[in-house]
Design a protein around this ligand. Structure first.
Ligand code: LLP
Length: 406
C-alpha cells in the first residue's frame, strides 16, 4: 500500500470525484470480462453454463457485458429479472431462484417463460397454482454450509434455505399433484470460499441426490467462489484445481447415469474485483488517543464492513503535495451515518489522511451498490464504467435530494 498511483482509465480519483460526485462506484470493464471468462472456463465438461447471480450487482450496463461474455443469470426477485431482461437476457437465460416469494412473483416468471427454482414444499405448491403441468427445479439444502460469516452461510440444518433431502419424496408427491416435472436441482451452501473442498463435497452430494431423480436434466452447484479481499495475504482460489475436481466428479457421474447440464451460480467472483468505491476524507481527529478518519463513505454506501465485519483494502490519494507518511498506530475510518457502528476500516495502519484526500475502497463491485440504501436520507451515489478503451462512462446517475421523496 502507499500513495498508490491509482489511475482509472485516463482519470485519477480526484478528477472522477469532481466530475461525478463523492462517493462514487467505479467499475473496470477489462477486469469484469476477465472474471467472466475465468468462470466460463472453469470446467472442460462441455454441457456447462454459468448463471451470474445478479444480486451481487444489477447495474444494467454491467449485466450487458456479462451477457456478452456468454454467462446466463439468476434472478431473486421480479426486480432482478426485470433488469436482466432490460440488459437483453432472453427468458431462457434466466432462472428465478426465489425464497419465500409470493404467488404473483411466481406468476411474473412463469408468464415470461423463466425457469423457476423453489426451496420448500410450500413454495412448490404455490408455484403449482400458476405452473400446472410445467417444470420446476428444487433447491436442496444438503445439510452442510460454508461461508465467510454466519450471515452468509446458506446451507446447513439451521439455514432458512432449501428443501431437506429427506423431504424430497414429499416434494415429488407435491410436484405430481400439479403434474409438474422436476427437471433440475440446485443448491448454494454459502458465500466466499477460497479452498475447494466444501464446494466439491457439496457438488458430490447434489450429484448423488440427482442420480435417483431420473427426470432431473440440470444440476446447479451454486455460487460462493471467493476473492482475496486481503491483498497479498489471502491466496486466490485455485480455479484450475477446483475445475479438475469438479470435472472428474461430473464426467464420472455422466458415465454412470445420463446426460446432464451443469451450472454454477457465482456472484461475487464475477463483479467484486472490477469495482472500487471512491470517497472523500471529510474530517480527521484524535479522540482519547484514538485516530478517526471521517469520510463520506457511510454504511449506507457500503454496508459490508458494518454488517459482516468485512475487510476491504483501502488506498489514499492525497489531495495535496506532501511526503508519504503512515499513522504511528492503527486508526478507524468511519462514515457520515449517525450510528457508532458506521465503521469502514477497523483498527488498521493506513497512510496519514487530510481533509480533501480521496479514499479508494477496493473490491467493492459485489454487494456494494446492490446493498446501498438511502439511510439518513442520503441519496444513492453514481456509478461509472471505465471502458476497455479507458474512457469513463456514467452508467447510473447519482440520486438527487428530489429522489428522496416519492
Ligand atoms: N446463489 C444463491 C442462491 C445465493 O443465495 C447467492 C448469494 C449466490 C448464488 C451468489 O453467491 P456468491 O457467489 O456471490 O458468494 N451480501 C453478502 C453475500 C450474500 C450472498 C447471498 N447469496 C456479502 O456481501 O458478502
Amino acid at each position: 500500500m502507499g500513495f498508490d498511483n491509482l489511475v482509472f482509465g485516463k482519470k485519477d480519483a480526484h478528477q472522477l470525484l469532481e466530475e461525478y460526485g463523492s462517493p462514487l462506484y467505479v467499475y473496470d470493464e477489462v477486469t469484469l470480462r476477465q472474471r467472466c471468462r475465468e468462470m466460463r472456463s472453469l470446467l472442460s465438461y462441455p454441457r456447462f453454463r454459468v448463471n451470474y447471480s445478479a444480486k451481487a450487482n444489477t447495474n444494467v450496463e454491467l449485466l450487458k457485458i456479462i451477457g456478452s461474455e456468454d454467462l446466463d443469470v439468476d434472478g431473486m426477485s421480479p426486480g432482478e429479472m426485470h433488469l436482466e431482461m432490460m440488459a437483453g437476457f432472453p427468458a431462457d437465460r434466466i432462472t428465478f431462484i426465489g425464497n419465500n416469494v409470493s404467488l404473483d412473483e411466481f406468476r411474473y416468471a412463469v408468464e415470461r417463460g423463466i425457469a423457476v427454482s423453489v426451496d420448500s414444499i410450500s413454495q412448490l405448491k404455490t408455484l403449482g397454482e400458476v405452473n400446472r403441468g410445467g417444470s420446476v427445479c428444487l433447491r436442496i439444502n444438503p445439510g452442510i454450509g460454508a461461508g465467510h460469516h454466519a450471515k452468509v452461510v446458506t446451507g446447513g440444518k439451521k439455514a432458512k434455505f432449501g428443501i431437506a433431502v429427506e423431504d424430497l419424496p414429499k416434494a415429488q408427491e407435491a410436484a405430481a399433484q400439479y403434474q409438474m416435472t422436476i427437471t433440475g436441482l440446485n443448491q448454494h451452501i454459502g458465500s466466499l470460499f477460497l479452498e475447494p473442498d466444501a464446494y466439491v463435497e457439496a457438488a458430490a452430494f447434489i450429484l448423488a441426490t440427482a442420480a435417483s431423480l431420473t427426470s432431473v436434466e440440470m444440476v446447479d452447484l451454486g455460487g460462493g467462489f471467493g476473492i482475496p479481499y486481503r491483498h497479498g495475504i489471502e491466496p486466490r482460489l485455485d480455479l484450475a484445481r477446483l475445475g479438475t475436481m469438479l470435472d472428474d466428479l461430473i464426467k464420472d457421474w455422466v458415465a454412470r447415469n445420463r446426460p446432464l447440464l451443469v451450472r454454477t451460480e457465482p456472484g461475487r467472483y464475477v463483479v467484486a474485483e472490477c469495482g472500487a468505491l471512491l470517497g472523500t476524507v471529510t474530517a480527521v481527529k484524535e479522540n482519547y488517543h484514538t485516530y478517526f478518519v471521517g469520510t463520506d463513505i457511510g454504511f449506507n454506501t457500503l454496508v459490508r464492513p458494518a454488517m459482516y465485519d468485512s475487510y476491504h483494502e483501502i488506498s489514499v490519494a492525497p489531495g495535496n503535495e506532501r511526503p508519504y507518511a503512515e499513522y504511528d498506530k492503527p486508526v478507524f475510518v468511519v462514515g457520515n451515518i449517525c450510528e457508532s457502528g458506521d465503521i469502514l476500516v477497523h483498527d488498521r495502519v493506513i497512510p496519514c489522511c487530510q481533509e480533501g484526500d480521496a479514499l479508494i475502497v477496493h473490491d467493492a463491485g459485489a454487494y456494494g451498490f446492490a446493498m446501498a440504501s438511502t439511510y439518513n436520507s442520503r441519496p444513492l451515489p453514481a456509478e461509472v464504467l471505465i471502458t476497455a478503451e479507458g474512457e469513463v462512462r456514467l452508467i447510473r446517475r447519482a440520486q438527487t435530494l428530489k429522489d428522496l421523496w416519492w
